[in-house]
Every structure is written in C-alpha cells, then in structure tokens.
Design a protein around this ligand. Structure first.
Ligand code: ADP
Ligand code: MG
Length: 243
C-alpha cells in the first residue's frame, strides 16, 4: 500500500540539515507500523513526506500506486488518500463538529452535502461522539477534539491513515479514549503509520515497529523483537529511557 524508496530530505535553516537520510520502508495493506525514536530523528518529516506536506528531495514514494513525488499529481488527491492526524488537533474553530467533517469531502471529493453528513454522523458514532455533532471545537475536551480529527480524516475515505503523536498533547486521562479509537481502526483493517511514544499501543497493535535515529531507519522488527531483544545499541538506549 505504501512504498518508500531511498528518500532524502534536507532543510536549510540556514545551514544544511539532513532530516531524512536514504529512508526506505514498505507498508502492506492493513498493516499497522509504529514509528519510534528520539526527538529530532525525522519521524514527523517522514510522515509529512508521505502525504507531501513536505516534498522529499529525492527517492520514490507511492501510495496505492499513486506517485506522491510526481508534481503533476494533485496535492488534494494525495491528501485525500493519506489522512493525517496531528498532535495539535487542527480543527477549524469557527465550524461545528459536523461542518469540520463534511468540508473536505464536499470540496475535494465533490460529494453532496447530504451524503457527507450521513457519512459524518456514522463516523462520529464510530468514535463515540455523535451527540456533539453540532458544537464548536472549543466546547470539547482535548480527547474529544482528537476523536473528531480522526473522524474528519476518515470522512475522505483515505487508503492510509498517518498519525503524528496523536496523544502527546492530551491530559493523561484522555489518552485511552483516543488510543481505543485507533485500535478499533486498526482492527477494521486500516493501513496505519503511527508515530507515538505509547509503547503499550505499539506492543498491542503494531505489526511492525520502526526505530528512527538521526534521519535513518536503524531497526525494524515485530513488537516482540523490540521489547525483548532489540539489536541496536541506540535502540536499547532509547527504549531504556522511555520504558
Ligand atoms: P521528530 O518528529 O522525530 O522529532 P522532525 O522530523 O520534526 O523530527 O525533525 C527532523 C529534523 O529536521 C530536526 O533536526 C528538525 O530540526 C529538522 N526540521 C524539521 N522540520 C523542519 C523545518 N520545517 N525547517 C527546518 N528544519 C526542520
Ligand atoms: Mg515529530
């Protein structure tokens, strides 16, 4: 479903930083890949390259055959296929919950309002927040806002879902409700790439764990591999610091 070959990404700030260094990774349909690694290791840049929020400088990325790095491919098409959920929920503050959900499918997918609203309500039910369909984001808790953000991404019927530390900005008591929604989504067969420090989630849900450091993928394995006998010294150090 996702094919990444030898991507490189540089930032000039003003001196050159190589945020991604020859990163390759495949994700099969229905697979859940959890990406872990220290701050600044390139996890967000990797995710952002997948849906062209950042443009990789070289290499190859395809999502279900769609060539992400082809400038002729419409950015909206890519964003529709790869839904993204951020640490900060990024809901539109002056739109109600349901309006937040229907905007993109109506404008990008050119679907009718009624159809979008029905699908939107179904998704709000799925993330357990149907009763809040007509309120504004500020009237919701962080956990509720993040569940709306997930429903909003799903409204586009994406092929893959990308999560960048979706629970890092939440109060501890709200982390569980968001992880539960993500677990349901994983069980439903969604292809997911998840950057998170929630090792319980990784252990329970990930098919594979990817460890990044300094812009490279240093180690890839099953959760069992990572949590019982990681090979790389830097992986061991990282895990000892967060577990
Ligand atoms: P992580 O998500 O693992 O913390 P990032 O992908 O955010 O890491 O960052 C990787 C590297 O790229 C860091 O050195 C960071 O400072 C740099 N970087 C990320 N985004 C930008 C940007 N927009 N401009 C300049 N440098 C950036
Ligand atoms: Mg990050």
């Amino acid at each position: 479903m996702i094919k990444v070959r030898n991507i490189n990404k540089y930032f000039y700030v003003p001196e050159r930083i190589q945020a991604l260094n020859d990163v390759s990774c495949d994700v099969a349909a229905g697979e859940v890949v959890v990406v872990i690694g220290p701050s600044g290791s390139g996890k967000s840049t990797f995710l952002r390259c997948l849906n062209r929020l950042e443009y990789a400088d070289s290499g190859e990325i395809t999502i279900d055959g769609l060539n992400v790095l082809d400038p002729a491919v419409d950015i909206n098409k890519i964003r529709a296929e790869a839904g993204m959920v951020f640490q900060s929920f990024n809901l539109f503050p002056h739109k109600t919950v349901l309006e937040n959900l229907v905007m993109a499918p109506m404008t990008v997918r050119k679907q009718g309002r009624k159809e979008c609203e029905e699908r939107g309500m179904e998704l709000l039910r799925k993330v357990g927040i149907e009763v809040k369909w007509n309120v504004y984001p500020e009237q919701l808790s962080g956990g509720q806002q993040q569940r709306v953000a997930i429903a909003r991404a799903l409204c586009m019927n994406p092929k893959v879902m990308l999560f960048d530390e979706p629970t890092s900005a939440l109060d501890p008591e709200m982390v569980g409700e968001v992880l539960d929604v993500m677990k349901d989504l994983a069980r439903s067969g969604m292809t997911m790439v998840v950057v998170t420090h929630e090792m319980g989630f990784a252990r329970e849900v990930a098919d594979r764990v990817v460890f990044m450091d300094a812009g490279t993928i240093l180690e890839v394995g099953t959760p069992e591999h990572f949590f019982t006998n990681p090979e790389n010294d830097r992986t061991k150090l990282f895990l000892s610091q967060i577990l």
